[in-house]
Design a binder for this molecule. Structure first.
Ligand SMILES: [Zn+2]
Ligand SMILES: [Zn+2]
Ligand SMILES: [Zn+2]
Length: 123
């Protein structure tokens, strides 16, 4: 049992690592060709978020997308927009940081910015 668990983590992580865009549960399940059940994928993804190696964004389609963290060595902070292509459905992290002006004393924890449109391949 334990061993299977470890494998699921490794498989999901390598998928996210090798992907240059964020993936939804459905996409991950599809890429694993159904070898992992929804509950397991869900658990693994949430664990990665807690471990600060993956971040989550909710798309304008209401779905959750997960992306591998690149610059989170010191702090798990995500103040970048995500772009969702309305045609091919891919969700990408946009590199530029967004400055959010918060009232004095407030601390930013999560930024859920999503932009939708057509990617260069679909436009
Ligand atoms: Zn992160
Ligand atoms: Zn596209
Ligand atoms: Zn991102």
């Amino acid at each position: 049992m334990k061993r299977r668990n470890t494998n699921s983590k490794v498989e999901v992580l390598s998928l996210l690592k090798s992907s240059n865009c964020a993936l939804s549960h459905d996409m991950i399940q599809e890429k694993l060709s159904g070898s992992m059940d929804r509950a397991t994928i869900y658990r693994v993804l949430n664990r990665f978020c807690e471990d600060k190696i993956v971040h989550k964004v909710v798309g304008d389609d209401g779905k959750q997308y997960f992306a591998f963290c690149i610059n989170c060595a010191e702090k798990h902070k995500h103040n970048h927009f995500h772009f969702r292509c309305m045609k091919c459905g891919k969700v990408e992290c946009l590199g530029n940081e967004v400055k959010v002006a918060l009232p004095h004393g407030y601390v930013l924890n999560n930024f859920n910015g999503i932009v939708s449109g057509y990617c260069s391949e679909c436009a």
